[in-house]
Design a protein around this ligand. Structure first.
Ligand code: R5P
Length: 333
C-alpha cells in the first residue's frame, strides 16, 4: 500500500540516540537534522534544521534517566516544533514510557501522572503514539489519539526458546504480572510459577499488640528446574532479587531473568551483577552505557521491531501480522 505522505522523517531526542540511529539504519533513511540545546538557565531549545512541511514525522524519545524531566520536555518541545512547522502527521515514538507506575489514584490526594503525561504529549501536537510494553495496559486509554503498544516479549521468548532447554519454568515476580507471565510461559511451552507477596499479622499474646511483615510465597514447584523470571521493567532490582532469593530457597537449579525495560537505577547494576542470576536478558528500549553493562547481561535490540512498525505506519499497513507470525524477522535480534 502507498503512503498518503510523500516522505518520512525520523528525529531523535537525547533519550536514546543509539536506538534512533539503529532504527534509521533499518528503515533506510538518514536521521532528521535537529538541534537541541539546554541553555544555562536550563531552558531547552529545539530547532529542526530541515523542512517537515506535510511530511510523516516520527520523533523518537525514550523517557530515560538521568535527567528524566529534561527528556520529557525535549519530547514535548520537539512535538511542538514539528506541529508549528506544518508536519503532515507527527508520531511520538516512546520506547519507554516513564511514570507508568503512577497510573491510578490509590491514595488520597495523589496524581495520575501517567495520564498527565499523556495529556501533555497530545497537547504538544502528537497525532499518534508508538510505545513498547507499558507498565499497565490501561495507560493506552489515557491517550485519545491512536496508540500502538508493541511488545518485546516475543523477542525475549525467542531468545530463551533458542536455548533448547527442556526443564525451564517461567516465574512471574508478582500476582500483578501473572497474566503476562502466563502468556510468556505458554509461548515458551513451559510451566508457570508465581511469586506472591503476603502480609502476615502477628498478635502479641499478652498485650494485644500486633506487628505485620511481608513474606514471599511461591505458587508452583521450581526444585531442580531452570527458572526464567520475567518482568516488564527492573528499576532498583529490589523486586527481582527478593524473588531470586526465594527461588534459591525453593531449590531452583539455575536462575535466569529477563525484562523489557532496563531502568537500572541507583545500585541496581552492582546488586544484579553480584546476584544469583546466571544471565539477565533485556532490550535497548533504554540506553545502557558501559557502566550499566556486565558480562552476564544480554541486550536484544528492539530496533528491528520499531523500524518495521514505522514503515508499516508510514505505508498504512497493519502491524498485527508481525506478532501473529512468530518467526517474523522484526521479532529477531
Ligand atoms: C512492578 O510492578 C514491576 O513489574 C516491577 O517489578 C518493578 O517496577 C521493578 O522495580 P524494582 O526493580 O525497583 O523492584
Amino acid at each position: 500500500m502507498g503512503s498518503r505522505f510523500d516522505e518520512m522523517r525520523i528525529f531523535s531526542g537525547n533519550g536514546n540516540p543509539d536506538l534512533t540511529r539503529l532504527i534509521c539504519e533499518r528503515v533506510g533513511v538518514p536521521q532528521g537534522d535537529a538541534t537541541i540545546v539546554r541553555f544555562s538557565n536550563e531552558n531547552i531549545f529545539v530547532r529542526l534544521n530541515e523542512s517537515v512541511r506535510e511530511k510523516d514525522v516520527f520523533v523518537v524519545q525514550s523517557l530515560s534517566t538521568p535527567n528524566l524531566s529534561d527528556r520529557v520536555m525535549e519530547l514535548l518541545i520537539m512535538l511542538d516544533a514539528c506541529r508549528r512547522a506544518s508536519a503532515g502527521r507527527v508520531t511520538a515514538v516512546i520506547p519507554y514510557f516513564a511514570y507508568g507506575r503512577t497510573d491510578k489514584k490509590d491514595q488520597p490526594r495523589v496524581p495520575i501522572t501517567a495520564r498527565l503525561l499523556a495529556d501533555m504529549i497530545q497537547a504538544a501536537g502528537a497525532h499518534q503514539v508508538l510505545t513498547i510494553d507499558l507498565h499497565a495496559g490501561q495507560i493506552q486509554g489515557f491517550f485519545n489519539i491512536p496508540t500502538d503498544e508493541l511488545t518485546a516479549m516475543h523477542l525475549l521468548v525467542r531468545y530463551w526458546a533458542d536455548k533448547g532447554w527442556d526443564d525451564m519454568i517461567v516465574v512471574s515476580p508478582d500476582v500483578g504480572f501473572a497474566k503476562r507471565g502466563r502468556n510468556f510461559a505458554e509461548a515458551l511451552g513451559a510451566p508457570l510459577a508465581i511469586s506472591e507477596k503476603r502480609r502476615v499479622q502477628h498478635f502479641g499474646r499478652h498485650d494485644g499488640s500486633h506487628t505485620s511483615a511481608e513474606i514471599l510465597n511461591l505458587i508452583g514447584d521450581v526444585a531442580g528446574k531452570r527458572c526464567i523470571v520475567v518482568d516488564d521493567e527492573i528499576a532498583t532490582g529490589g523486586s527481582i532479587l527478593e524473588v531470586v532469593q526465594l527461588l534459591e530457597r525453593e531449590g531452583a537449579r539455575e536462575i535466569y531473568a529477563c525484562c523489557v525495560h532496563p531502568v537500572f537505577t541507583a545500585s541496581a547494576v552492582q546488586r544484579l551483577s553480584n546476584s544469583g542470576i546466571q544471565e539477565l536478558v533485556t532490550t535497548d528500549t533504554l540506553p545502557l552505557p558501559p557502566d550499566k553493562r556486565w558480562p552476564s547481561l544480554t541486550i536484544l535490540s528492539v530496533s528491528h521491531l520499531i523500524a518495521e512498525v514505522i514503515q508499516r505506519i508510514h505505508s498504512g499497513v497493519s502491524v498485527d501480522t508481525i506478532f501473529t507470525q512468530r518467526n517474523h524477522p522484526a521479532l529477531g535480534r
